[in-house]
Design a protein around this ligand. Structure first.
Ligand code: CP
Length: 307
């Protein structure tokens, strides 16, 4: 069974094909009308979401599919082993999208599912976001070759998925990440990706930005901890450490790079407010492209369940 737990579940050719399919689904929606008719998508949420919820639900429904949305805490996933619940829900539906807290639970869900499982963002990977980001980069640059994206912030699930995705399609990722989320830390993965020559780390923000076609940031605090009272001291520590790395006029002076952020945005923290609506900001294009990237991913997996 083919799943999407990380973009490494796909070959380079498949990732390229997904990008081009997403762009075609965006530009020629009439060609895909009813392509999800008769199919059921289950969305399982253990964490909050705006874009992932909208893009999957609207994207699947727009082409005739039926969507069931399930809150983990209000379902019996919360009181029974994943394997039994996974076996049942996947016998009643055609494809699953799960936004769970722990990567190990997404793997467990996929292991026991009889339908393809899409990782809708866990603590280690966010492949759906990275796929939409590749679509956005391709739309703006027309190629991945020779394109450098500088990711500035905490090394997290998005950074891992950008590293997987960009290295597959031949783009370059430079990480300016003074800190790594524990759950996203995978030295073996980074060693393998850095060996491609397409993923690098540096502490020199100015030098990195000066060579970038795209500059990207993300939240310094993962969504499940953002309003957690017990995380507030860590939040303060991170803000003090990371504020020199904010995407703002000063740090981007002299750069003509496109500005990216996967949202939700925390203005005044990882990005200054003026950068969000800057003429070079493609942040809302990125968010818009979630829908087409997710449509392409679901179409591909529904047609390749056995591979
Ligand atoms: N970027 C992203 O995944 O957005 P949501 O958390 O709102 O789904």
């Amino acid at each position: 069974m083919k799943h999407c737990i990380t973009l490494d579940d796909f070959s380079a050719d498949e990732v390229n094909a997904l990008v081009h399919l997403a762009i075609d689904m965006k530009n020629n929606p009439e060609s895909y009308r009813d392509c999800f008719r008769g199919k059921v998508l289950l969305m399982l949420f253990q964490k909050t979401s705006t874009r992932t919820r909208i893009s999957f639900e609207v994207g699947f429904g727009r082409f005739g599919g039926q969507v069931v949305v399930m809150d983990w805490g209000k379902s019996n996933f919360s009181i029974s082993p994943i394997e039994y619940e996974a076996r049942y829900v996947s016998s009643q539906t055609d494809i699953l999208m799960a936004r769970l807290k722990h990567h190990s639970d997404v793997i467990n869900l996929a292991r026991h599912s009889r339908a393809p499982v899409i990782n809708g963002c866990d603590d280690k990977f966010h492949p759906c976001q990275a796929l939409a980001d590749l679509v956005t980069i391709y739309e703006n640059a027309g190629t991945f070759q020779g394109q450098t994206l500088v990711y500035v912030g905490i090394h997290n699930n998005v950074a891992n998925s950008l590293a997987c995705g960009l290295s597959q399609v031949g783009g370059k990722l430079v990480l300016v990440t003074p800190e790594t989320n524990q759950a996203a830390d995978d030295p073996a993965l980074m060693e393998r990706l850095m060996a491609t020559g397409l993923v690098e780390r540096t502490t020199d923000l100015k030098a990195a930005v000066s060579k970038a076609q795209f500059v990207y940031t993300d939240t310094w605090i993962d969504m499940e901890f953002f309003n957690d009272e017990s995380y507030q001291d860590e939040k303060k520590r991170r803000v003090a450490q990371m504020i020199p790395y904010q995407l703002n006029e000063e740090n981007l002076s002299g750069s003509d790079a496109f500005i990216m952020h996967d949202m939700p945005i925390h203005p005044g923290f990882e990005i200054s407010e003026e950068m969000v609506y800057h003429p070079r900001s493609i942040i809302f294009q990125q968010a818009d492209n979630r829908l087409y990237a997710q449509q392409a991913l679901m179409k591909f997996l529904l047609e390749n369940t056995g591979s």
